[in-house]
Design a protein around this ligand. Structure first.
Ligand SMILES: *Cc1c(COP(=O)(O)O)cnc(C)c1O
Length: 387
């Protein structure tokens, strides 16, 4: 990632820095991997809904996967074709369901029998006939953090396998719905391909099962979840999309006329962003040294929310001209927020740091800006784009 220290001169920190060239290379790699294959990628808007990021992704030809009515509107505004938009969510309100139908999006992913009934009645009342996929909870463990596992029976998402027969019957007999497919999403930050392969086997089983009952699905949406390298973003700025798509192509029995849809969020945008911050204090504790940044958990909540770790870099020292390896020390790196969980790293070996140094919290292109809050009446950071 291209971090130019002069950018921080005179700029108010913290800010989100986006490297457009990394995003574009990532999008090119995705397009290269799926060229000529029956795969369509929908970008999961919730990972980063910055309008400029959305426009760049729309220009690259990806679709959009939304999880709220306002995401549907934002995607359309950014240039995504409604035909390329799908919409999931366990708690879509009547307003959101109507907005989605009115916008003419490709399909809605329906997450319960209760939602199916409400949507059918609204569609009839307002004169729409939306395409739907049923979101299935496949009871597959993504072996990721418990807060980002979504495909287990105990999670709130999707329709349980035991209820799927009934849901398919209801959807086929609905007055105003077109059942076109099945949708799955098992979790996030998945770097081992085994859960995806297990998901593919489950999909094959279900497709065969329903085919025998005379039900054919045109769309199989396997969701998102491909992880990225948070430890070494410079070595792996672009996730291993080839391995991911090969896993799908190798394990899915794709029927004639069937389309495979994916919904990648983090893997598309995480590595193009950093949160740039300035050291407010280097504070001595009893047996510890603390680096207190001017960025906090309200600017990047993943460490506090999931115990996640973003690579922490002292940009001022890393970019200095010195030939020799800089002296280091061990620090806890924290933000200014009045919460003990406002910590970005413990026992970090970092170059000897002084007040005023510029820090980068790396891989902050996904689930950072879009999750920012004004806690402690702090402003939402600015965004800076570089090529
Ligand atoms: C969050 C989400 C995604 C994207 O997940 P990533 O891990 O960012 O790829 C895809 N589909 C649905 C339904 C989601 O909720």
């Amino acid at each position: 990632m291209n971090i130019d220290l002069s950018l921080a001169e005179g700029l108010k920190t913290p800010f989100y820095l986006y490297d457009v060239s990394i995003l574009n290379r990532t999008l090119q790699e995705i397009n290269k991997c799926i060229a000529g294959k029956p795969i369509k990628v929908h970008y999961a808007v919730k990972a980063n809904c910055n309008p400029r990021i959305l426009s760049l992704i729309a220009e690259a030809g990806l679709g959009a996967d939304c999880v709220s009515g306002r995401e549907v509107s934002a995607a359309i505004k950014a240039g995504f074709n409604p035909d390329d938009i799908c919409y999931a969510g366990v708690g879509k309100t009547d307003r959101e369901l109507i907005l989605a139908m009115k916008s003419g999006i490709a399909y809605l992913n329906v997450e319960s029998i209760e939602e199916l009934e409400v949507l059918d009645n609204l569609a009839l009342e307002f004169g729409y006939r939306p395409n739907i996929c049923l979101r299935v909870n496949p009871n597959i463990d993504a072996h990721t953090h418990q807060y980002i596992t979504t495909g287990l029976q105990e999670n709130k998402f999707g329709i349980n396998l035991a209820m799927l027969d009934e849901a398919v019957e209801l959807a086929r007999n609905a007055k105003s719905l077109n059942l076109i497919g099945l949708h799955f999403h098992i979790g996030s930050q998945i770097t081992d391909m085994t859960p995806f392969a297990l998901l593919c086997n489950k999909v094959n089983e279900l497709v065969d099962y329903f085919q025998k009952k005379g039900v054919n699905f045109r769309v199989i949406n396997v969701g998102g979840g491909l992880g990225i390298d948070y430890d070494d973003p410079d070595a792996n700025p672009i996730p291993d999309f080839k391995n991911y798509f090969d896993t799908l192509l190798k394990n899915l029995k794709i029927h004639e006329g069937q389309e495979i849809h994916c919904e990648l969020g983090r893997a598309v945008v995480a590595q193009c962003g950093s949160l740039i911050s300035r050291v407010t204090f280097v504070k001595k504790g009893v047996n510890r040294k603390f680096i207190i940044l001017d960025a906090g958990m309200n600017d990047l909540i993943r460490p506090a929310l999931y115990g996640a770790h973003h690579k922490i870099q002292n940009v001022s020292v890393d970019l200095s001209d010195s030939e020799s390896k800089p002296a280091t020390d061990i620090y806890d790196v924290a933000g200014p927020i009045c919460e003990s969980s406002d910590v970005f790293g413990k026992d970090e070996e970092l170059p000897v740091t002084v007040r005023g140094d510029i820090f980068a919290l790396r891989s902050a292109g996904a689930y950072a800006e879009c999750m920012a809050s004004t806690y402690n009446i702090r402003p939402i950071p600015e965004t800076i784009f570089v090529d």
